[in-house]
Design a protein around this ligand. Structure first.
Ligand SMILES: Cc1cc2nc3c(=O)[nH]c(=O)nc-3n(C[C@H](O)[C@H](O)[C@H](O)COP(=O)(O)OP(=O)(O)OC[C@H]3O[C@@H](n4cnc5c(N)ncnc54)[C@H](O)[C@@H]3O)c2cc1C
Length: 416
């Protein structure tokens, strides 16, 4: 095989894992690997949840991006301007043109708080916050530190979002936090969502609604937030329904990276990249693959998903370059710890066909599913170290792979 050039757009979870896995797989004379990202700050995003409660500092969850890449991977600290799919070229913001034999799109999502009327106007980062960015999480820490009581509304503006359980985790941790501070009796907590339940799938939704009610967190469903008055403390839905707040914690609208819209044939109307749900090849062109939050796949936008996809994607790039048939091996597998406060967490595990079910993961003797446990909480805390030292470097983790294990689950799969 002549030396090929693989260009990876995005040096976050999916881009870093893919580049490192490919670097392990191909010798330097077989492939040169380039990663492009706009900055050199790799954020361990699950850690953002803990920052507002003083359980983590932003500096503890950020590391230099370039240092997470294996020797022999070329890092470009640049903004991607556009992709010319027809010409197999990427244009960077300094005018550099990067030709490629294979392209991997891993540029994640863009937060769009400005798309909700009034949200980023007066009151933004004073009374209305998001913990979905390091800056937002740090601002919210200061606000929670000074909060003496009142109405706290957690609002999820619309799907899809990264880590759909993160706003629920925030609500559970807020309940725990205010109890620890001794002011829970002065705080009213509301969880408002455009969904018709606490979560996207029925069995998990029922479990999580029960938990919200046990914690005295009011659940406001089918609330489609359209406007925010950050000074008056009002969240207004498109149907005119209003929610008052003293403090708003929002998960803003998500869209794809803007360059995707500027790249003919690459993305859909929301800037996400249409992607084959099993092989991760895109219909844009056979040499373009995508993974992680940037895709339009009907599974969660989560780091676990990105990790499972990276295994299939790197195998398929090797097959593509060798002229072999692609592996249709990704089944939509996702799993997430859901922190519930009081040093406990739930775990959910699912794929395209099977919703989160009770039981154990990965086998009958494993971690409890859909049940609060201390073991799951320890798993969640331990995960940061696994992320930096095993997942990002592209190491295999025994028992944690792209195919969802069904042993240990309590009911037979349902079909979506
Ligand atoms: C608060 C929070 C909690 C979470 N908790 C969990 C959890 O518990 N479990 C879990 O599995 N997942 C969790 N996630 C989700 C997880 O972090 C993401 O799904 C995962 O990081 C997606 O990886 P990615 O590579 O697709 O995107 P990212 O890791 O976001 O990387 C995308 C990269 O592309 C770069 N980029 C974008 N546009 C351009 C451009 N034009 N030019 C150059 N570079 C560009 C960005 O700078 C970024 O580095 C959480 C996320 C958040 C926000």
């Amino acid at each position: 095989m002549s030396r090929k050039r693989i260009v990876v757009l995005g040096g976050g979870t999916g881009g870093t894992m893919s580049a490192n896995r490919l670097r392990r797989r191909f010798d330097a004379d077989e492939a040169e690997i380039h990663v492009v990202d706009r900055d050199d700050r790799h954020v361990y995003q699950p850690g953002l949840l803990f920052v507002p409660f003083g359980l983590a500092q932003v500096e503890e969850i950020v590391r230099p991006r370039s240092r997470q890449l294996r020797t022999g991977v070329v890092f470009h600290e640049n903004e991607v301007e556009s992709v010319w799919v027809e010409r197999d070229e990427v244009l960077l913001d300094d005018g550099t043109v990067l030709p490629y034999d294979v392209l991997i799109v891993a540029t994640g999502v863009r937060l769009q708080p400005e798309e909700t009327e009034g949200l980023t106007g007066p009151g933004w980062n004073e009374r209305a916050f998001t913990f979905y960015s390091p800056e937002g999480a740090a601002q919210l820490r200061r606000a929670l530190d000074g909060f003496e009581g009142g109405l706290l509304v957690v609002n999820l503006v619309d799907m899809p979002i990264k880590c759909p359980v993160a706003p629920l985790e925030f609500a559970f941790l807020a309940d725990w936090y205010f109890r620890e501070c001794g002011i829970r009796n002065k705080v009213e907590l509301v969880y408002s969502t455009p969904l018709d339940g606490a979560f996207t799938t029925p069995i998990a939704s029922e479990h999580l609604s029960g938990l919200l009610s046990e914690r005295d967190i009011e659940l406001e469903t089918e609330f489609n937030a359209g406007e925010v008055d950050g000074v008056g403390g009002k969240l207004v839905a498109y149907d005119g329904h209003e929610l008052d707040f003293d403090l708003l914690v929002t998960v803003p609208l998500h869209g794809g990276a803007p360059y995707v819209e500027r790249s003919p044939g690459l993305g859909d109307a929301l800037g996400f990249v249409p992607t084959d749900r099993r092989t991760l090849q895109t219909p844009a062109k056979p040499n373009v693959f995508a993974l992680g939050d940037a895709t339009d796949l009907p599974t969660s936008k989560a780091g676990s998903v990105t990790h499972f996809e990276a295994e299939v994607l790197t195998e398929n790039i090797a097959r593509y370059l060798a002229g072999d048939e692609l592996d249709a091996g990704y089944d939509g597998h996702a799993n997430c710890f859901i922190e519930t406060g009081f040093h406990k967490a739930l775990l959910i595990d699912f794929n395209y066909e099977t919703e989160p079910l009770p039981g154990h993961f990965p086998t009958v003797f494993g971690l409890p599913l859909l049940r609060e446990s201390r073991l799951n909480h320890l798993g969640k805390l331990l995960f940061q170290s696994v992320y930096w030292h095993a997942l990002l470097p592209g190491r295999q983790i025994p028992g944690l792979g792209p195919a969802m294990p069904s042993r240990g689950k309590k009911q037979s799969p349902i079909h979506a």
